[in-house]
Design a protein around this ligand. Structure first.
Ligand SMILES: [Cu+2]
Length: 576
């Protein structure tokens, strides 16, 4: 799996090396301090890690419409902190329908997340509650001589203990309940299934881990809470990405009837939330953090980041009492940022490995693909122009009228016959959606082009002309060999048979290798190429799989994903 591509993945399927880097980055968060002294009126000198508990404890955004967007902001900010330590990292998730002590790693093996070199202890002797232990205790995440925040209330002090009791207080989430969640017709129904008083998958996830995760006051003292809440954000993101509901990515439409709601009892409890309190009857302590009943609405500013005082919370957004001030989003640093749940950075989901759109661009090989520009992903298409050269078209999929744009001409004036287009994880802007990469056949040769992923979106001639002697269409993918993921290309040879080329993307000079000729000596005119999840046992990459057409016959080939990388075939699929 390419590290550094920004995608949040199932934690069990990333490499051991990446899990180690994630652990080390979390440990490093406890070595970085926010400004100030712990004796200041608003305590300073709090570590980046301890800040998480302080943030969560200052606002208590639960059982109210802001639950999902507020926790998304928390996840995004935590991931940004991890990337301050290690820019290649993403915040990955635990799939809570699967045993975290026996998770399929996607390659036929199993991973236990609760070990002393990753997340610490799961459960004690006789199924008792147990301290999370190392790697956290030695790194000062809890314990020591004191004083402890449990007694002093000072967020700069460690908690006395952090514990777990995995699998005792609740069961794993049932996939059927998760399917009901993803089928929710609107935001109120989704939120209710996630954290209402019925199924309450969020509460079930906390209950399954147990120990400090049972208590909303202490949950964010356990690093594992971020892998659990990342999964909640993933499910919210998948529900938003439903192809039939593009409005769920629109800040004005996502929250439907709740979009204009202030905080406050009468306005926030939509849907079947009537079981919390009788409708229309405010209860003592409603809208008060201290009462644990702050009913944050969609118009509420996201606290504590919006800062104290009455600029972030107004009569128009509703007022929540006793929000604690948290630095640096309070004096003297005053780094407040006022956003509400409708802010585009909150509505737009992060990329997860369970979005098919994320994977299609690199697995696809054609003159058209769905890329990652825009929140839905635009369609991108490159075709030859009859007058010579190439033309790029794209469909803007965030625009309700779905307009096709282009043509944008580029390339030499040669006459091209066949094209392969992908979006890669190279980013010319350093933080964009990914460059477009094109291989185009002209006569018996191949030209290579790429396009920047930020304005002015210039097309570049890759100045690579392959040997003559090819015909038909090239098939191009970005696979997962190497850290970046090499480009793999198969193209028919004019003299018959096929040839494999690959670009070594970890080498700064980006050298193309090949051709490796293979296959029968028949003339092929069309090929399709993927990298699959078939793999030599114990290997992690995935075979290359190829279908090639010769006249009216389809041949199948595959290539091993370990040395000596032998191509096998042809296996005749069909004569059509
Ligand atoms: Cu939670």
């Amino acid at each position: 799996m390419p590290i550094g591509d920004g995608i949040r993945r199932n934690i069990a399927t990333v490499s051991q090396a990446e899990r180690n880097r994630l652990r080390d980055a979390i440990l490093a968060l406890n070595q970085r301090l926010f400004p100030g002294s712990k004796n200041d009126p608003i305590p300073g000198g709090v570590s980046y890690w301890f800040k998480q508990d302080e943030i969560h404890d200052s606002t208590h955004v639960h059982f109210c419409p802001a639950f999902l967007p507020w926790h998304r902001e928390l996840m995004n900010r935590f991931e940004a902190m991890l990337r301050e330590i290690d820019p290649m990292l993403s915040l990955h998730y635990w799939n809570w329908t699967q045993d975290p002590q026996h998770l399929p790693d996607g390659e036929g093996g199993f991973i236990n997340l609760f070990t002393p070199d990753f997340m610490g202890n799961a459960i004690g002797p006789g199924s008792s509650e147990i301290e999370i232990g190392d790697p956290w205790r030695t790194a000062g995440f809890y314990g020591g001589p004191g004083p402890f925040r449990d007694n002093t209330g000072n967020p700069a002090h460690p908690p006395q203990t952090v514990t777990r009791q995995v699998g005792v207080n609740a069961s794993l989430v049932n996939p059927t309940d998760e399917q009901t969640l993803l089928s929710s017709p609107d935001f109120v129904a989704f939120d209710n299934q996630m954290e209402g008083f019925g199924v309450n998958l969020h509460g079930q996830g906390h209950g399954y881990i147990g120990g400090d995760l049972l208590n909303p006051h202490t949950s964010f003292r356990d690093p594992f809470v971020f892998q659990m809440h990342c999964n909640i954000d993933r499910l919210f993101a998948m529900w938003q990405r439903d192809q039939m509901h593009p409005e769920r990515l629109d800040p004005a439409q996502l929250y439907k009837a709740q979009s204009t709601n202030q905080n406050g009892f009468e306005n926030t409890k939509g849907g079947d939330r009537t079981t919390i309190d009788p409708p229309g009857v405010p209860q003592p302590g409603d809208n008060d953090v201290n009462s644990l009943a702050p009913w944050w609405g969609i118009l509420s500013s996201l606290e504590p980041w919006a800062g104290p005082g009455n600029t972030a919370q107004t009569a128009a957004t509703g007022i929540i009492q006793n929000v604690k001030s948290v630095r640096p989003w309070a004096p003297p640093e005053n780094q407040q940022i006022v956003k509400d749940a409708k802010h585009p950075t909150v509505v737009a989901p992060a990329d997860y490995d369970t979005f098919t759109q994320v994977h299609l661009p690199t697995k696809n090989s054609s003159f058209m693909t769905q890329g990652r520009f825009g929140s839905r992903g635009n369609f991108e298409m490159v075709v030859p122009r009859s007058s010579g050269g190439l033309a790029h078209f794209w469909r803007a999929n965030d625009d309700p009228s779905l307009p096709w744009n282009g043509p944008r001409p580029f390339g030499s004036s040669d006459t091209y016959a066949a094209i392969a287009l992908i979006q890669s994880n190279f980013t010319s802007s350093g933080h964009g959606a990914g460059n477009l990469e094109v291989v185009a056949r002209t006569g018996n040769g191949l030209d290579f082009y790429w396009r920047e992923d930020a304005a002015p979106f210039t097309w570049h001639d890759g100045a690579i002309a392959f040997e003559s002697g090819v015909s038909g269409n090239p098939a191009l993918i970005q696979g997962n060999f190497g850290v970046m993921g090499n480009f793999e290309m198969v193209v028919p040879l004019a003299t018959g048979g096929l040839a494999h080329f690959w670009r070594v993307n970890d080498d700064p000079s980006l050298p193309w290798n090949g051709p490796i000729p293979f296959g029968s000596s028949d003339a092929y005119d069309a090929v399709a190429l993927i990298q699959s999840n078939f793999s030599r046992p114990g290997n992690s990459h995935g075979n290359l799989e190829l279908v090639a057409r010769s006249g009216n016959r389809l041949d199948f080939y595959w290539r091993e994903d370990a040395a000596p990388f032998t191509w096998h075939g042809p296996f005749i699929i069909e004569t059509i």
